[in-house]
Design a protein. Structure first.
Length: 121
C-alpha cells in the first residue's frame, strides 16, 4: 500500500508551519518573560523517600512477627539410641519406643512397643 502523495503533502503542510508562524510563536513565548524551570530531584528528597519507605516496611515486618512463646511445663525431651527412642515429659512421665523382635528372633518384625513409666492417670 503506497501513500497518496496529495494526502502526504497536505499533512506535511499542516504539521510544518511557515517561518512567519514560527516567529509569531517564539515572540509570544518570549514576551511572557516567564520561563518555567523544572527543579531537579535532589538527593535529599530521594534519601528521605527511601528512608520513609524502609521505615514503613520495617514497621510492617515487626508488626507481623509472631510473639515468642514461653516454654510450658509440658515440654518433651526426645532421646534416641539406635532404634530405641525415649520421650520424657516435664511431669516425669517416660515413654520408651523400640523395635519388636519377630517370633523366631532372627530379625525385627517392624512394629514397636511402648513402655510407660510414671503416673499414667
Amino acid at each position: 500500500m503506497t501513500p497518496d502523495p496529495e494526502f502526504d503533502d497536505g499533512v506535511r503542510r499542516l504539521l510544518d508551519p511557515d517561518a512567519a508562524a514560527v516567529d509569531r510563536m517564539v515572540s509570544k513565548a518570549l514576551e511572557r518573560g516567564r520561563v518555567v524551570e523544572r527543579r531537579p530531584r535532589t538527593a535529599w528528597r530521594v534519601a528521605l523517600t527511601a528512608t520513609a519507605t524502609a521505615a514503613v516496611v520495617f514497621a510492617l515486618w515487626v508488626w507481623r512477627q509472631p510473639s515468642s512463646v514461653a516454654p510450658s511445663a509440658d515440654d518433651l525431651v526426645f532421646t534416641r539410641a539406635g532404634e530405641v527412642v525415649m520421650i520424657q515429659s516435664a511431669s516425669g512421665e517416660t515413654l520408651i519406643l523400640g523395635p519388636r523382635a519377630s517370633a523366631t528372633g532372627d530379625r525385627p518384625a517392624g512394629t514397636g512397643f511402648v513402655i510407660v513409666e510414671g503416673d499414667t492417670k
